[in-house]
Design a protein around this ligand. Structure first.
Ligand SMILES: [Zn+2]
Length: 399
């Protein structure tokens, strides 16, 4: 099927044919000269296109039109157009053709190298792209863009140490702080170290993460996790409470950990008091506490159970299905049983719908992702605080 790039190639052949014809007609040429023979070439190129042989047409174009000051922009335009259309092999062919010319200026060579690196990136050839961006990052006018792309590649490859170095260079060159991004690179290293049982290394990485601004509470979460693993419950709880105080939304991740820590310590009474005083300060947190408890199946702690009951009684969508007040007239046991049934149904629904959503691009997922896989921003996901009934209903309609 003819594509945008096929039309561009066809347009280029026609333009070249017209230019050749005009030169032959009006140019200062001797009468005895033969008519411009290259026209045959243009027609041959067009013929390839008409037969949908884009590759042959492209090769023909590249052989006919050498890269020089007058035509270089056309070559770049064509290459970038192919890349944008996802025809990366063709884009690579064009940009390699530019680089192969021995006589182009250094600046244009850099431009072609940068374009070729982006082609490789688009084709998923990360190693090749990385090599080229690394070369451009050493000193060219594409230094900043090359470092930005390198950070992206290292993130994909989980080469966090390299990502830190590229990020720091970028900070120096770009003049803007990448503190949060670099802090997360250190946190990635810390989590890997902690996962391998090397807590000393993990703590050092967390320290590095917390040296930057703006701060992330992810480092504190890692330290709290290490404290729990090493039976230092007092430190773990102190950290979890600080995390929630700084970013209330993190209770979605911290609540199950807090409950598990109090249970291990054998003092759920302490948990009840701590949560109650937190809710006294932040009554708005009640919904998120309830939702987190429902999703993680946390029960048997009076303050949490009260939040869940309140949540169920106040959820407008539920009123269409069940009248809890009517049920509760049957006595305390009937009331408790009714709540329990609704709660377990909600828990099933909640695990089938996304719990976190990126506030930048809307990407949603079941577990908290520190870097959004869609827009690549760090720490932009926020937890839902209610069961997403509309998503559930939509799914049941489409399935
Ligand atoms: Zn996003």
């Amino acid at each position: 099927m003819p594509t945008e790039s096929t039309f561009l190639l066809a347009g280029l052949f026609l333009l070249l044919a017209a230019a050749g014809w005009a030169l032959g007609r009006f140019g200062e040429r001797d009468e005895e000269d033969a008519p411009p023979p290259l026209n045959v070439d243009y027609l041959k190129g067009l013929n390839f296109l008409l037969n949908e042989q884009t590759d042959q047409a492209l090769e023909h174009f590249l052989q006919m039109v050498r890269v020089d000051d007058k035509t270089i922009e056309t070559h770049f335009a064509l290459g970038n157009l192919f890349r944008r259309r996802g025809e990366v092999d063709r884009a690579i062919r064009i940009h390699q053709n530019i680089i192969a010319r021995p006589d182009i200026a250094a600046e244009q060579r850099d431009q072609a190298l940068y374009a070729l690196a982006k082609d490789y990136l688009g084709a998923g050839l990360l190693d090749r792209a990385e090599n080229m961006f690394a070369r451009l990052a050493e000193g060219s006018r594409y230094q900043v863009q090359a470092l930005q792309n390198l950070c992206g590649i290292y993130e994909q490859e989980k080469e966090w140490q390299h990502a830190i170095e590229a990020g720091q260079k970028l900070e120096q060159l770009g003049g803007r702080s990448l503190g949060l991004q670099i802090a997360h690179y250190y946190c990635e290293l810390a989590e890997a170290a902690a996962g391998g049982g090397d807590y000393a290394a993990a703590r050092q990485y967390v320290k590095n993460a917390q040296a930057g601004r703006p701060r992330t509470m992810r480092g504190a979460l890692i330290r709290a996790h290490i404290a729990r693993e090493t039976d230092d419950y007092k430190t773990a709880l102190r950290l979890y409470h600080r995390i929630i105080e700084e970013h209330t939304y993190l209770i979605a991740v911290a609540l199950p950990e807090i409950v598990a820590t109090y249970e291990r310590e054998g003092s759920t009474g302490g948990l009840d008091r701590a949560l109650q005083s937190m809710l006294d300060k932040n009554p708005d947190m009640s919904t998120l506490v309830a939702y987190t408890a429902i999703v993680n199946d946390i029960g048997g702690i009076p303050v949490i159970d009260r939040c869940v009951e309140q949540y169920i009684l106040n959820e407008p969508t539920l009123h269409e299905f069940v009248d809890l007040r009517e049920v509760s007239q049957g006595g305390a046991d009937a009331h408790r049983n009714a709540l329990e049934k609704v709660r377990s149904a909600l828990s099933k629904l909640a695990t089938a719908t996304p719990r976190y959503q990126c506030k930048e691009c809307g990407f949603s997922s079941q577990r908290l992702l520190w870097q959004c896989p869609s827009c690549r921003n760090w720490e932009t996901q926020r937890p839902a605080s209610r069961v997403q009934f509309d998503t559930v209903l939509q799914r049941s309609i489409t399935h």
